[in-house]
Design a binder for this molecule. Sequence first.
Ligand code: ASP
Ligand code: MG
Length: 429
Amino acid sequence: MLNLHEANIEKLTFRTALVSKALSEIVVQKYGGSSVADIDRIKRIASRIVETKNSGKKVVAVVSALGDSTDELMSLANQLTPSPPTREVDMLLASGEQRSIALLSIAIHALGEIAISFTGAQVGIVTDTSHTKAKIVEVRAERIKKELDKNKIVIVAGFQGVTLDEDITTLGRGGSDTTAVAIAAELKASCQIYSDVEGVFTADPRIIPGARKLDEVSFEEMLEMAATGAKVLQLRSVEYGRNHGVPMEVRSSFSKESGTCILEESQMKEKAIISGVTHDNDEAKITLLGVPDRPGIAAKVFGSLAKGNINVDMIIQNVSEQGITDISFTVPKDDLAKGKELVEIAVKKLEAKGSTYDDNIAKVSLVGAGMKSHPGVAAKMFEVFAEEGINIEMISTSSIKISCVIKEEDTVKAVSALHNAFNLERGSA
Ligand code: ASP
Ligand code: MG
């Protein structure tokens, strides 16, 4: 006879088993541009999806535009004008994903399975109105659920959504990741992100050949990595995954190897002091010279940049001398032209001395959850730079990240020296 306590535990275990079975039923797989770059690759992905379905899962596949076609579409628009209206840019870019979903669906039909493709608007990916950088506000997944229940493979265009006024929007470059995670959250499914890399590495393997694939990484670390230049995942997809507790895995569409799992820190087997070194060559530095040092000035400068929808990253204000000071900050290179405009207006209004710009910079960062409890990481990082003769222009930290801005030409030297100094290479974990 079971006593009441044991019986309750039994019931609970049973319920947990049921829930996890239900959870594992649906899988959302996202395939990036390089995974669908040509017809052969589309065929390969189609077989992979069919295999997953045959293993007893319901599959939702989220796809990006073929190869570099988003860049190609963008350059067509830029041949007409350097700053095309963003609503029309979204209309144009969304066509890239519309081609790939249809082709993938056709490829699956050719294998004798039934698939159905949808644009973001058709499956209720509702976003706000900030064109080219829209945020998902709601996923109305009824249509997806209905088609899955009919035993179909559902294919959804990544990177795009629709506003309540029915304007097509896009979610920012790399936004298909976020589409996949948002759908997975809504369906209580797990999310696999397939790309041309095997997972998240201790550094970019294209510049550091000894870089090692991480088996797991925490959401917090992944957020810092994505924010500091790791290109594997769009930052917003990691935020979305963390906020909704979506189990995520980054893996390669070219191999069957398992990839990198992104987990809650408490679920990780091992906690390294440093998980990786990242770099970002896509930022530029703006400096405001001779700004009056009094309350409200920073609010004005950064308020106008925020209104212009410009993402400011690092900010440094110098010690003031005789009531004036310099303020430096970084922005994405893509936003430099607009940032310049706004800063030049601010210089006039505030009667500052002027401004300078530098797009020849790189941000190199160390990320690791273990930093919280291990002092001395920053000191060691600065020592490594000193030994290599690398000048540090800006520094910023969080509890699990240290970033330095350096000259762009020092990027590889800096990443490689840090990777060595912190023993991140293969075989030394
Ligand atoms: N096709 C879009 C881009 O290249 C979205 C994506 O790939 O996730 O940014
Ligand atoms: Mg792409």
